[in-house]
Design a protein around this ligand. Structure first.
Ligand code: AMP
Ligand code: GLY
Length: 443
């Protein structure tokens, strides 16, 4: 990455960085940030066991809801930049509190996080800015939902309005199922997140994730990515948080990305400005490439996971400057990201049973892992009293590799994944099938 017209001298101290969150996403951000020689320490609240293997990284135990203690601690540690990973603290306004206390924060305030925490608000936002998206109805009661479902001549998708840990979207096969999904949401399946719901036209096409780092006014795009949401090979089975990803996504040519920029990305940022929302963080555009062009499926106010784990190794040591520029409102918009012509792929290993019930606490054995362009990022791990690494989540860890092409990437990823073992380990063998020439049986 070469950051034109800037150099580290123009920036303030960047010795102590704080990352909030406990997943693979946050570990990959920490890994990318620590590469810069100006960075002395990367703190994670709370991080996970994998954070402790990362260079310069240290975990802090503190309740982020206790903002008085948090601010005191961060002042004591002389934190120079804060990166907030997950949507929940962003939706709760943590970035606002920290900014008020004079910290530089990468992550939108509560107003910007509304793009993710209220689907009906986001849909209206898109409508007002003429941004292509599926048709929708904001619904306040089951009676209203029934009326719309009964009279609809097109298949519908049902979504809880608020945050639901990625579980609030239903894709029913019949009107009856559609009604049942609406009923379960209004019956409190997602608590207050389901006080309102959105019915949406069901659209079709491959999905792709686009990430814009934004400083409130200007933006730059990271390499695009595609993740695999379904649990099983051939993209079958239940939806998960993501079983693997690759970046960049060849599906988006330079021309199509230009159109997306004009029709979706710039209108989104302009609309945020129109609404006086000073958005300093990443906007994650979940897009569906339909026969009639790209449409926004959803906005998120954070990095995607596993996309972030996949993209971070393509960033060079100046990545931390980009985050700082966003936090300070100082992007030029002309920064260039040089990925060294490499592509990246990530395969997630999960606990048996995920995304439904699963057991944790199994010891993890890690054998010989290549050190060159190959990373392990932990998503759900912990230590026992003896200091042994244990499984502690549904998504446990991932192998991320970079090479000149996707065949080489996934050959390397699967070879290294064989060096990792825990009881019930499960992963898909066909991650990146869209971009691999060799089938999973050939590697
Ligand atoms: P979301 O939580 O909004 O990302 O939705 C989860 C998944 O549901 C998306 O990744 C899509 O695969 C699917 N989905 C959401 N909205 C629609 C829609 N309007 N039409 C078809 N599929 C959808
Ligand atoms: N990879 C999907 C998400 O982070 O929401």
């Amino acid at each position: 990455m070469s950051i034109n017209s800037t150099s580290s001298e123009k920036f303030n101290r960047l010795e102590n960085i704080l990352i909030i969150g406990n997943g693979g996403r946050e570990n990959s951000l920490a890994w990318a940030i620590q590469k810069n020689e100006l960075v002395k320490k990367v703190y994670l609240i709370p991080g996970n066991a994998g954070s402790e293997r990362l260079n310069k990284c240290e975990r802090i135990k503190i309740d982020i809801k206790n903002t008085k203690d948090l601010v005191e601690k961060l002042n004591f540690l002389k934190i120079d930049l804060i990166v907030i990973g997950p949507e929940v603290p962003l939706a709760n306004g943590l970035a606002d509190v920290l900014r008020k206390n004079n910290f530089k924060v990468f992550g939108p305030g509560k107003d910007g996080a509304k793009l993710e925490y209220s689907k009906s608000w986001a849909k209206k936002f898109m409508q007002e800015a003429n941004i292509p998206t599926a048709k929708f109805w904001k619904v306040n009661s089951l009676e209203e939902a029934k009326e719309i479902i009964d009279s609809s001549s097109i298949p519908l998708v049902v979504k809880a309005d608020g945050l639901a840990s990625g579980k609030g979207v239903f894709i029913p096969d019949s009107k009856d199922e559609c009604f049942k999904a609406a009923e379960s949401i209004f019956n409190g399946k997602f608590g207050d997140s389901g006080n309102v719901l959105v019915l949406e036209e069901k659209i079709e096409g491959p999905e792709v994730s686009v990430f814009a780092l934004c400083d409130g006014e200007k933006y730059i795009l990271l390499p695009t990515a595609q993740d695999h949401k379904r649990l099983n090979e051939e993209d079958k089975g239940p939806n998960t948080g993501g079983m693997g990803a690759y970046s960049p996504a060849p599906l988006l040519t330079e021309d199509s990305l230009d159109i997306i920029t004009k029709e979706i990305i710039e209108p989104t940022i302009n609309e945020l400005n129109k609404k006086n929302i000073d958005y300093r963080g990443v906007i994650y555009f979940g897009l569906m490439i339909t026969k009639t062009g790209a449409k926004v499926i959803e906005y998120n106010c954070r990095f995607g996971d596993p996309e972030c784990q996949t993209i971070m190794p393509l960033m060079d040591k100046d990545f931390v400057f980009l985050l700082e520029k966003c936090a300070m409102g100082k992007l030029t918009g002309y920064e260039k990201i040089d990925t060294n012509d490499k592509v990246s792929g990530c395969v997630i290993a999960t606990s048996k049973g995920y995304p439904q019930a699963y057991k944790t606490g199994f010891p993890i054995k890690i054998g010989r892992i290549e050190s060159n362009d190959c990373q392990i990022f932990d998503s759900g791990t912990s230590f026992n009293e003896k200091g042994e690494l244990l499984t502690a989540g549904g998504r446990v860890l991932s192998i991320v590799c970079q090479e000149k092409n996707f065949d080489m990437v996934f050959e390397k990823a699967y070879k290294n994944l064989k060096e990792i073992n825990f009881e019930g380990i499960y992963y898909r063998n066909d991650i990146g099938h869209q971009v691999r020439k060799k089938s999973s049986k050939e590697i």
